[in-house]
Design a protein around this ligand. Sequence first.
Ligand code: ZN
Ligand code: ZN
Length: 178
Amino acid sequence: MFSNRTGKVLVICFPYCLSEEKEAIEKYIASRLGFGVGFIDHGSYLPSELYDSWRGQYRSEDVLDYLSSLRLGSLTIAIIKEDAYVYGYNYVFGHADPKRGVCAVYTKRISGQGGDEYILRLVKETLHELGHLLGLDHCNNRECVMSFSRNLAEVDRKKPIYCSSCLAKLNKGIAGFR
Ligand SMILES: [Zn+2]
Ligand SMILES: [Zn+2]
């Protein structure tokens, strides 16, 4: 679909990503967005200051502040094996801050029994959050990867592809990263 972009997506894993996770993420980012991918296994968990011990979840706004402070580049996605929330929501599967070029996917609620089902969900949430960084908003097409997912059923209903309308906007967003 796209090819040979000079930009690169940086994927930082907390604490680390499995080889099957990395392979799938790299493959889908390359085929759907045309970006190369660099991986960092952070090796440790997120700083405890970002954790809301009363709720038992990370505060996603604080996580994005922390990621931004690492200054890893303008297309950074964190894969975090935890649960998190955004003010006003019980939980989120992912969260993006396009202005600062950072986003996160929280895998705890999508991991299920693992295996292919989990990998597909991980890929969808990764494409979704990167779509936000590249200028896309939520899409009303429920099969589009940019549709908003309130629960796992909605994650499973969407496909790991951008609809034609999102794809057109994506081309413009990507141009800025060439
Ligand atoms: Zn979203
Ligand atoms: Zn769409």
